[in-house]
Ligand binder design. Structure first.
Ligand code: T46
Length: 140
C-alpha cells in the first residue's frame, strides 16, 4: 500500500520544541497546498474518498484522530496523536478520518492545488479504478 509513517525530528531547548518540515526533504514532494481541519464534531467521519493524482502528508498538530486507509486490497488504521508523526498517502488510497478529539488540529500538506475533479467519492467506482489499474477483470 502506498502509505507510510514519516517521523519528523523535534528540535528543542529549554524553551520548548520546534519541528521544521521542508519539501523534498521530510516530505517526498513539492508542497503546493496546506490546509487544516479543526472543530470536527464528535462521531463525524470525514474523507470517504480517494484521489487519482494527489500525494499528501497528514500531521495531527494537536489532539488526535484515526485514519482508515484502503487500497482496494488491504485496509490499515493509523492513530495520529503526535506532531512529530506524519502519515503519507499516495494515489488511489481510500481514506476515512474519524475519532477526532475535541482539540484535534489535522494539518495536511498536499502535492497539488485543490481540484474537485481529482476526487473519487463513490466506493464502487474506486474499486473499479483500482481493479482496472491492476488489470483485474470485473464480472458484472
Ligand atoms: C483529503 C482529506 C485528508 C477547498 O475549497 N479547498 C481545499 O483545499 C480542500 C481540501 C477543501 N475545500 C473545500 C471543499 C469542501 O467544500 O472544503 C470543504 C470540505 O472539504 P472535504 O469535504 O473534501 O473535506 P474532508 O475532510 O472530507 O477531506 C479533506 C480533503 O478534501 C481531502 O483531499 O484527502 O481531507
Amino acid at each position: 500500500m502506498d502509505t507510510k509513517i514519516i517521523k519528523f525530528d523535534t528540535m528543542g531547548d529549554k524553551r520548548g520544541a520546534l519541528i521544521a518540515i521542508e519539501q523534498n526533504i521530510q516530505i517526498p514532494f513539492d508542497i503546493k497546498r496546506v490546509y487544516y481541519i479543526f472543530n470536527t464534531k464528535k462521531n463525524v467521519i470525514r474523507g470517504k474518498h480517494a484521489h487519482q493524482n494527489l500525494a499528501q502528508v497528514l500531521v495531527c498538530l494537536n489532539g488526535s484522530c484515526r485514519i482508515l486507509v484502503n487500497d482496494g486490497f488491504t485496509k490499515d488504521e493509523y492513530l495520529l496523536d503526535q506532531p512529530d508523526k506524519g502519515l503519507y498517502l499516495g494515489n488511489n488510497i481510500w481514506r476515512e478520518m474519524y475519532n477526532f478529539s475535541d482539540n484535534c488540529i489535522l494539518m495536511v500538506l498536499a502535492s497539488e492545488l485543490y481540484n474537485s475533479d481529482d476526487y473519487i467519492r463513490d466506493y464502487e467506482q474506486f474499486l473499479h479504478i483500482v481493479a482496472q489499474n491492476n488489470d483485474i477483470y470485473i464480472k458484472h
